[in-house]
Design a protein around this ligand. Structure first.
Ligand code: ATP
Length: 230
């Protein structure tokens, strides 16, 4: 089966004063449909850099990026736009919601960009995420946990094949964080969405099927101790 994401021999460096600092050093990985993966590693090892490369916000120095079987090295800005719009969901620690819009408009936003109406899956998402009563509320009137649920609904609204998450529960207390992770993983399973999630939290990582540790510019698979309920 064609992987959703396949990276081969990725090198990425940044200028650091007079020196170049190599962050990713020949990194190779493949993410298949529906897989959920926690990406861990020490601060500064390149986790966000890796997400940025997969989302097309940055480019590698060398190596190949294949997305859904297409070589992304040749993507134009327009190709990246359409990939992000139609195939990619993103959930970050900062919720990146649109403050002037209400909850419903935020969730509908990615579908609206593609000219699609609100649909039955949106209804399922809001009901499962406990947002049904909040649809007309402005974003800034919601709690952090509620906002993160809106961000999840928005990211999954189009059933994207891939969801990138960066510390998605970083702003939440332990209980809200667990609830959000349980919902995120079960809804992703229902839409067959693969998840690559950066986290420093053992609790969060345990909700994912696999664990990758980034160190020395490459990924090593670690044994996963999964939550009993996932
Ligand atoms: N645009 C940039 N310009 C220069 N250096 C950068 C840039 N982006 C990242 N870096 C450097 O690359 C390295 C990896 O950064 P990155 O943010 O990917 O790490 P991380 O693993 O996500 O860290 P953290 O866990 O602290 O968020 C760091 O040394 C960082 O300073």
């Amino acid at each position: 089966m064609t992987p959703i994401v396949a990276l081969a021999g990725i090198k990425k460096s940044f200028q650091d004063g007079s020196e170049r600092h190599l962050v990713l050093d020949g990194l190779t990985l493949a993410i298949h449909g529906g897989e959920t993966i926690a990406l861990t590693g020490p601060s500064g090892c390149g986790k966000s850099t890796l997400l940025n490369l997969i989302a097309g916000f940055d480019t590698p120095d060398s190596g190949d990026i294949h997305l859904l079987g297409r070589l992304a090295n040749d993507f134009t800005a327009r190709d990246w736009d359409s990939f992000r719009r139609a195939e990619l969901g993103m959930v970050f620690q900062q919720f990146n919601l649109l403050d002037p819009l209400d909850v419903r408009a935020n969730i509908h936003f990615p579908l609206a960009l593609n000219g699609k109406p609100w649909n039955g899956w949106c209804d399922t998402l809001i009901s499962r995420l406990g947002l049904s009563e909040l649809l007309s509320r402005p974003i800034d009137s919601l709690s952090g946990g509620q906002q993160q649920r809106v961000a999840i609904a928005r990211a999954l609204a189009q059933r994207p094949p891939l969801l990138l998450a960066d510390e998605p529960t970083g702003n939440l207390d332990e209980q809200s964080g667990d609830e959000v992770m349980a919902l995120l993983t079960s809804l992703a399973r229902e839409s067959n969405t693969a998840i690559l999630m950066v986290t420093h939290s053992e609790r969060c990582a345990a909700f994912m099927q696999r664990r990758w540790h980034l160190s020395g510019g490459r990924i090593a698979e670690r044994e996963q101790h999964r939550q009993a309920n996932v």
